[in-house]
Design a protein around this ligand. Sequence first.
Ligand SMILES: CC(C)(COP(=O)(O)OP(=O)(O)OC[C@H]1O[C@@H](n2cnc3c(N)ncnc32)[C@H](O)[C@@H]1OP(=O)(O)O)[C@@H](O)C(=O)NCCC(=O)NCCS
Length: 111
Amino acid sequence: MAAQTAAARHTGTTTYDISDAGQKVGFSIIQIYEPGPDGKLAQIQYFRIKKDMRGCGLGRKCYIEMESMLRNEGVDMIELMPLDSTCGFWEKMGYNIKNGAMLKKDLKVVK
Ligand SMILES: CC(C)(COP(=O)(O)OP(=O)(O)OC[C@H]1O[C@@H](n2cnc3c(N)ncnc32)[C@H](O)[C@@H]1OP(=O)(O)O)[C@@H](O)C(=O)NCCC(=O)NCCS
């Protein structure tokens, strides 16, 4: 049963395989909430590229594809809580880093 919050209705959790050229290179877990105060919200709970495949641009490529897919699904806002060790990656993906805070990217503003 979908959980309810005061701000938004939880409509589903999806685990995505992250693939490149047909090969699984990682996975992601995303929660979708709607309609929240910021519109349809996607919360990235997990985003991981396989250890031996990091550092060659796959994270960026797959994140861009995932963001594009979320935009096509009508998502207005993406949220995530980064690990300290991955803040630099998320900054490169267009998030403003604030220590210990949930990061937000407003897809209505950031094209
Ligand atoms: C963070 C992660 C997704 C990055 O994937 P990746 O394929 O190595 O990233 P890319 O090679 O596409 O890097 C894209 C850019 O981000 C930078 N970057 C990547 N990881 C970084 C990090 N940990 N810190 C700082 N910058 C980083 C790269 O230098 C690159 O910058 P550039 O384009 O200016 O050269 C990957 O390291 C990972 O899966 N880490 C584990 C995350 C985890 O444990 N997740 C579970 C909890 S959510």
